[in-house]
Write a protein that binds this ligand. Sequence first.
Ligand SMILES: [Zn+2]
Length: 423
Amino acid sequence: MRKISALILLFLFQQISFAQKTALLAKALIDGTGKVIANPVVIIDSNKIIAVTNKENIPKGAIIINLGDYTLLPGLIDMHVHPNLTTDDYQVDHLRGSSASKALMGLKNVQDLLAAGWTTLRVAGDGDVGYANIEIRKAINKGMFVGPHIYGAAHYISVTGGGGDINFLSYEQKIIADGLIADGPDEIRKAVRNEIKYGSDWIKLLVTGAFMTAGDNPNNVHFSAEELKAAVEEAARRDVPVMAHAHAAEGIKMAVKAGVRTIEHGSFIDEEAMDLMIQKGTWLIPTFSIHLYFDEKLDGNASLQKAIEIGRKTKESMYTNMRQAFKKGVKFGLGTDDVGWPPNYSAREFGEYVKLGMTPMQAIQCATKVNAEILKKENEIGTIEVGKLADIIAVKGDPLKDISELQRVKFVMIGGKVVKNEK
Ligand SMILES: [Zn+2]
């Protein structure tokens, strides 16, 4: 009996000490820190990167994945996604779908995004009465499904009649809106507490009106300063950061003053708001992709006509504002506002950053190193360095020469596991 247990122990020991390592070879490595390394060899042991080296140092017996003339990059991070939303019939689709159906749809969406190179997502609240996106995260983290790392908010918190409310039905209709409706500091505190109780690790506030919702105006500020203060204070007590959807300049200023960590969209930002963001270190996440997508692909979509029209009318001034914000020194993260488009579309965001005056390297760093810092996960993700999770993607060409290469990700590894390998 003792002999058998000793043998089992020896076997287990061998399994642990001789667990196979993986060596990933390519033509170039953009490591996320700003460096480009030629002929890199990345050594992975289980889920982590243990060395970034060269061919001489490949451990004996390692599994070799040779990606030839491909370029390796850190897995991409999208700071603004909505896996439970659709563009087919926005808000009415919310009423049609149960939370269970949204969980299934959302799981498919996040898996498709992973295959497109997005290894980490921050959900900017979702249109769901339940907590579908939290359930998706739990199932992935338990190992039931392969999927990206997910952070974020279960819901977007909105005032009555705001961007998270349904404003096109008669008052007799008692429905539950896509957003979480809260009015006054007390209700907002309770909403924040509920979000955290059921798994949100970010709070999402719709501080101003929105482009997409019927019956509200993105130029209006919806939350009072008192309500914003209550939300941020309550979240901070639990060490949970706040992201603020804000188009109107006044809403941006109020949110920044209240202490939010990121401003989402920021379309009508003015110089005073830029200065305030620089002073407070608040990040800006402009989400160009959603405007591009609506403009290019959804013309004639009745439920989104308002968003398409406002988007077209304000496009020029929005780009001018963003260019100025970047030039002035406002910190940019990167998010797309993905509402369920073909997953490769999300990488359109990079090209728009380059149009603002960023180098391709800076744009890539926004979606990797910088986004990891915003998430406070810079010790785990965002760069290809020793000790980080092996979240690594590859593209065929050189994204520093053609940033659109990021729309054609050929190889994806998450936590050391290969989920896509196209030759
Ligand atoms: Zn959004």
